[in-house]
Design a protein around this ligand. Structure first.
Ligand code: NAP
Length: 265
């Protein structure tokens, strides 16, 4: 039985469910019998996902932008009312960028913060009361570059560092409420993230996906995230390459600089 079955009968809200890791989470949880709340801007993709879960799907489609706090507050309220509560929130929606600091428009840095940081903050804040009622879990999805900056990804990395700071703060703030707060930092995962990443002018880069070497599938990343939630883990770093980079950065940051420069090239 897959780890998703541990969430059978539970109410789980997944942001960024129209593609990649979020889609894999929604599919696994929906098929395992969870009531899933599926958040993203592309409604057609969310509808196709519900069809794929199958006729027994218990799903609520929530179409909107996670950086819009009014939408987020309404989405949490609607989902909790339809599903009868909220047991797990996975703050997964995210967007990346690719460009040198000096050539990238300020709006790109702002968009990284709006989606990756503020989107996560809004969902966490508006879900708190429901998570307290269920003594449930909140999982943030960060990145290896949320632990170590990276050339050409500075704005994305900064937004993920902010997510790490929010995670560490909330974990302690909410400990007395019985809410588990965890974070998962994926390494390279084969999704659309590099195709839709913003270039220096704010337009999608349409860069080729990273499909060779130490790359995880979205399905494996989703399983690791669900394991972290089920076992109420504090922090999980994914892929061998990701763990190596975090370790190297602690022990020999000057060597990590060289590896980062080489990977960026
Ligand atoms: N893939 C990797 O190598 C990798 C590595 C480390 C961390 N991560 C993290 O993993 C998470 C999932 O990424 P992924 O690789 O699965 O990317 P993806 O395939 O590009 O999917 C991103 C998801 O986020 C949603 N999204 C983006 N902006 C949004 C917004 N403003 N409002 C609502 N939804 C939004 C997208 O839906 P719509 O476009 O339909 O709104 C989509 O469903 C992200 O937080 C990412 O930073 C990924």
């Amino acid at each position: 039985m897959s780890i998703a079955h541990q969430f059978k009968g539970k109410s789980v809200l997944v942001t960024g469910a129209s593609a990649g890791i979020g889609r894999a989470l929604g599919l696994a949880l929906g098929r395992a019998g969870a009531h899933v709340g599926l958040v993203a801007r592309r409604e057609d993709r969310l509808r196709a996902l519900v069809d794929e879960i199958g006729p027994s799907a218990r799903a609520t489609i929530l179409v909107g932008d996670v950086s819009d706090e009014e939408f987020v507050s309404e989405a949490v309220r609607t989902f909790a009312a339809e599903a009868g509560g909220l047991d797990l929130l996975i703050n997964n929606a995210g967007i990346s960028m690719n460009g040198l600091v000096e050539e990238t428009e300020t709006s790109v840095f702002q968009r990284m913060m709006d989606v990756n940081y503020f989107g996560s903050l809004f969902f966490a804040r508006h879900a708190m009361a429901r998570l307290e009622q269920s003594r449930g879990s909140l999982i943030f999805i960060s990145s290896i570059v949320g632990k170590r900056g990276f050339p050409t990804r500075s704005g994305y990395a900064a937004s993920k560092f902010a997510v790490h700071a929010l995670f560490e703060s909330l974990r302690v703030e909410w400990a007395d409420k019985g809410i588990h707060v965890g974070i998962v930092a994926p390494g390279y995962t084969d999704t659309e993230i590099r195709q839709v990443a913003l270039g220096p002018d704010g337009q999608p880069r349409r860069a080729a996906g990273h499909t060779s070497g130490d790359v995880m599938t979205a399905e494996d990343a989703a399983s690791a995230i669900l394991r972290a939630a089920a076992h109420r883990k504090r922090e999980v770093v994914l892929t061998r390459g990701g763990n190596f980079m975090v370790w190297l950065n602690k022990l020999a940051p000057h060597l990590a600089d060289r590896v980062a420069a080489k990977v960026a090239r």
